[in-house]
Ligand binder design. Structure first.
Ligand SMILES: [Zn+2]
Length: 416
């Protein structure tokens, strides 16, 4: 599998995955027909008739719908991250190598959502990192390429290059075909949420931030969703009136660098759950916080997914999570239910290759780590040792925390 990964461009991977799923589908259909055929033949052992496949054996008899939603935390480009992406080509910046190992995972989602915590105002505003972020617009092109479908744009950095920078960001991601919400080009936007339909399931997404770096005026505040429970409730009701099956609220809230959620975060999640939001995705603290999944009431929340892409190091700021949520509607059911939810952990690794500083989003997943290509350091095998700390820490808090990755990795084989 890795051979294929290293030789093929990212776009081809999606094609590979589609082919893989197609063959998997054909395989499962074949097995299903074979089993049904066997059951049918056992039910009529002495009929003496030549068995043919009756219409009732159609593989479409099971019309269960399953949708996989993936969500990441903060996508931030500090100056060193921007410099690492610099290339001497027409494109000028190439972020794709950073995401090579995580892209197949992001592309496997039906809906992949990220928090764009930088503006893309354009070169004329000056490309900059912390404290006023303005990433090269090529970042969004690369995020699209690696599998992101929807970007939330409201956070404390939304106005880092003023209202014009905010609007330019939306124009750019809109031109690339992204879904987006949280900030708006109009002071009275038609909608303050985004609705998408996947496999017949209507998914409404809301995004809110606690505020911005600086002060919002009565004029500028209209272009961004800030946390206000009355306004949120109105928007939830609008989404309900549009007959959404699933409502997702993406919240930029909490205390920076705290691994436990604040009282305000907890009460807001309760508020959102109580009013019909099934999935709450949090970020801003820049570190992972716990997730809770209540199957009895069909609700999931993660208080903070940490950084997805940044140069932040130390005190667990380079460890982040991807919320991996499956919703399903079985034949005869009227509602979609969350049938699986877990957090996949990754490490943003800073390393040097050919005298150049690089940033790589490394999934802490034994399958990925076992098949690392040779250009990556063998020492990354030990990165899996990071996991037990997080499991212990997050499991010790209230709530249930789910991990999908196996905990151990065999040492490098002799070929490395
Ligand atoms: Zn933030």
């Amino acid at each position: 599998m890795w051979e294929w990964c290293t030789r093929s461009p990212l776009r081809q991977r999606k094609g590979y995955m589609k082919s893989f799923h197609f063959f998997k589908y054909i395989f499962l259909c074949t097995i299903s027909i074979a089993v049904l055929f066997l059951i049918d033949s056992r039910a009529q052992p002495d009929s003496g008739q030549t068995l043919t496949t009756p219409a009732s054996l159609s593989v479409t008899s099971d019309t269960a719908v399953s949708i996989r939603i993936l969500c990441t935390g903060d996508i931030m480009t500090h100056t060193s991250v921007i410099n690492a992406a610099k290339v001497k080509t027409v494109k000028k910046y190439n972020f794709l190598p950073s995401f090579e190992l995580v892209a197949p995972y992001l592309q496997s989602g039906d809906l992949t959502i990220g928090n764009l915590e930088t503006v893309l105002a354009g070169d004329s505003f000056g490309i900059s990192g912390y404290p006023t972020f303005n990433a090269p617009q090529a970042l969004a092109n690369d995020l699209k390429e690696i599998g992101f479908d929807l970007l939330t744009t409201c956070n404390n950095h939304s106005f880092d290059k003023g209202l014009k920078g905010l609007k330019n960001t939306i124009h750019h991601i809109d031109s690339l075909g992204f879904l987006y919400t949280g900030t708006f080009t109009d002071s009275v936007p038609l909608k303050r949420h985004v609705m998408t339909e996947i496999k017949g399931c209507k998914i409404g997404v809301l995004a809110y931030t606690y505020g911005i770096n600086g002060t919002l005026t009565s004029r500028t505040s209209r272009y961004i969703n800030t946390i206000d429970t009355i306004k949120i409730l109105n928007e939830i009701n609008t989404i309900k009136s549009e007959k959404a099956d699933i409502i997702i609220a993406v919240m930029h809230f909490g205390d920076e660098y705290h691994m436990t959620p604040s009282g305000e975060q907890k009460s807001l999640v309760q508020f959102l759950w109580r009013n019909g939001v099934q999935i709450v995705i949090g970020h801003h603290p820049h570190v992972l916080q716990p997730a809770v999944f209540d199957t009895a009431i069909n609700r999931f929340a993660v208080f903070s997914l940490g950084n997805f892409y940044s140069s932040q190091k130390g005190n667990n700021k380079d460890i982040g999570g991807i919320a991996d949520i499956t919703i399903r509607k079985m034949p005869g059911d009227s509602l979609f239910k969350i049938t699986d939810a877990h957090i996949s952990i990754f490490n943003v690794v800073t390393w040097t290759d050919l005298s150049k500083l690089r940033y790589t989003v490394l999934p802490l997943d034994s399958t990925v780590i076992k098949s690392l290509p040779s250009q990556y350091p063998a020492s990354w095998y030990s990165k899996m040792d990071t996991l037990p700390f997080f499991i212990k820490h997050l499991n010790s808090m209230n709530g249930i925390f789910f991990y999908d990755t196996t905990k151990t990795v065999n040492p490098p084989d002799s070929s490395r």
